[in-house]
Design a protein around this ligand. Structure first.
Ligand code: UDX
Length: 436
């Protein structure tokens, strides 16, 4: 099929590359010339495992090309995906500017019978507005719409796209349903569960999923606090409850709180939408409150581990991305922790394997950047593990002791067995377990 994908961010680029890998003929359009320039030159503008191989393969096969110019989109496009950013406003509502700008740009390129698919995460009712806008921009042209939310996780995006647990497609016409079946033929063939539903339902499935995941995380994080206070061990509690299939074992790793471009934003948006519709959602509101308070709690944990006020103390910060295997630092708890540490007067020296470049313009200017984890530790009073990069779980503890006098490690991702650190003579504070 001839497919256009508007937006070459994490989700858009993965969508374009994977659809080309399915055998479709794909044009990826983004208004950012530097991003498209890099892609045209064969450079991937973000770190996402496995993405470069698929891009190389599909570009070489002539099935994927990049442009900033909607005029270059072939008018025989059968399916146009909109996968542009939907950032949030301060009050939790969603900025749909990019979605409607893409609709406007795409409209002249659409022909009779094509389908416009909204893959961006958009509040319930938006896809209907897109249909309305298309009807106004191209009166009389029979164009169909679909809502097809994306559930991929950064760091595992390619794998999630190619082997999803489910595909949700909201349609209001058999034509759009047929087009979507053709788009996803390889997944249908592989027996991936497909949920064809109403457009509004599909839109809400995405928000309800992310809000539920956020709730699960805030729940286990509060249980972790209770574990610390009571002497229980959070991993064992998580396993104990997760083995009940009604609860499920996924998404129960306690930590510094959830971040990233999606979970906080989408959870906030669901709360906003529920208030707009007058139903409200106290549970979702509480999940967000718990997550916000968690930053302060983590800084308190660091201060307690140091055993003194943070002013003038040297903190080696390991990790700034919101999770491992990505270079994304959007809404990363580590960024907020660094800001609060600096505000408290701590001297922060930071290392992250992928996130430093993006961090430079975001963290306070006083923060120092280290060449590696050991460089970050030199002369530190305390080592904080904020992101679960594998290399932070296999630190050379002798080197750590050489570089940190009277060493203490605050592990916000529970990467170590407390007994290992105890045996090495290192004080250790983690999440949902007693300090050693
Ligand atoms: C999320 C959803 O998982 C995905 O379905 C949706 O499409 C986009 O948002 P992503 O933002 O890539 O994906 O990150 P995810 O792996 O879900 O992690 C989100 C946050 O929760 C991270 O800060 C992560 O560290 C945290 N997390 C996740 C935990 O603290 N514990 C867990 O057990 C899982």
């Amino acid at each position: 099929m001839r497919i256009t994908v508007s937006g070459a961010g994490y989700a858009g680029l993965v969508t374009a590359a994977c659809l080309a890998d399915f055998g479709h003929d794909v044009v990826s359009v983004d208004i950012d010339p530097s991003k498209i320039g890099m892609l045209q030159a064969g450079t991937v503008p973000m770190f996402e495992p496995g993405l470069d191989e698929i891009l190389d393969r599909t570009v070489a096969a002539g099935r994927l090309r990049f442009t900033t110019d909607y005029a270059a989109v072939p008018s025989e496009t059968e399916v146009a995906f909109i996968v542009v950013g939907t950032p949030r406003y301060e009050d939790g509502s969603v900025d749909l500017t990019h979605v409607f700008a893409a609709v406007e740009q795409l409209a002249p390129r659409l022909s009779q019978g094509s389908t416009v698919v909204v893959k961006s995460t958009v509040p319930v009712g938006t896809t209907a507005q897109v249909a309305q806008s298309l009807a106004e921009l191209r009166p009389g042209l029979g164009v169909f719409v679909a809502a097809n939310p994306e559930f991929l996780r950064q760091g595992a995006a390619v794998q999630d796209f190619l082997t999803p647990e489910r595909v949700v497609v909201g349609v209001d016409s058999p034509e759009a349903a047929d087009a979507m079946r053709l788009v996803y033929q390889p997944l249908l063939h592989a027996d991936v569960p497909f949920l064809f539903t109403t457009i509004e339902t599909a839109e809400l499935v995405k928000y309800a999923s992310n809000a539920f995941l956020s709730t699960k995380l805030s729940f286990i994080n509060e249980i972790a606090d209770l574990c610390e206070a009571s002497g229980a061990i959070v991993e064992d509690v998580a396993r104990g409850i997760g083995l009940d299939s009604r609860i499920g074992s996924g998404f129960l790793r306690a930590g510094p709180g959830f971040g990233g471009a999606c979970l906080p934003k989408d959870t906030q948006a669901l709360l906003h939408t529920s208030r707009q519709f007058g139903t409200g959602s106290r549970i979702v509101g509480a999940a967000l409150d718990v997550n916000e308070e968690r930053i302060h709690r983590m800084v308190g944990k660091i201060e307690a581990a140091v055993g003194a006020p943070l002013a003038g103390r040297r903190v080696a910060m390991l990790g700034i991305t919101f999770k491992a295997d990505t270079d994304d630092i959007r809404e990363s708890p580590a960024v907020e922790i660094v800001r609060e540490l600096v505000e408290a007067g701590a001297l922060v020296r930071l290392f992250d394997p992928q996130g430093l470049e993006r961090a430079k313009s975001v963290v306070p200017p006083q923060v120092e950047f280290a060449a590696d984890a050991y460089d970050a530790m030199t002369g530190a009073d305390c080592v904080v593990i904020a992101t679960e990069w594998k290399q932070f779980g296999t630190l050379d503890l002798d080197q750590l002791k050489d570089r940190v006098a009277n060493p203490v490690v605050v592990d916000l991702r529970n990467m170590y067995d407390p007994a290992t650190l105890a045996a090495a003579g290192i004080r250790y504070s983690s999440i949902g377990r007693r300090d050693i």
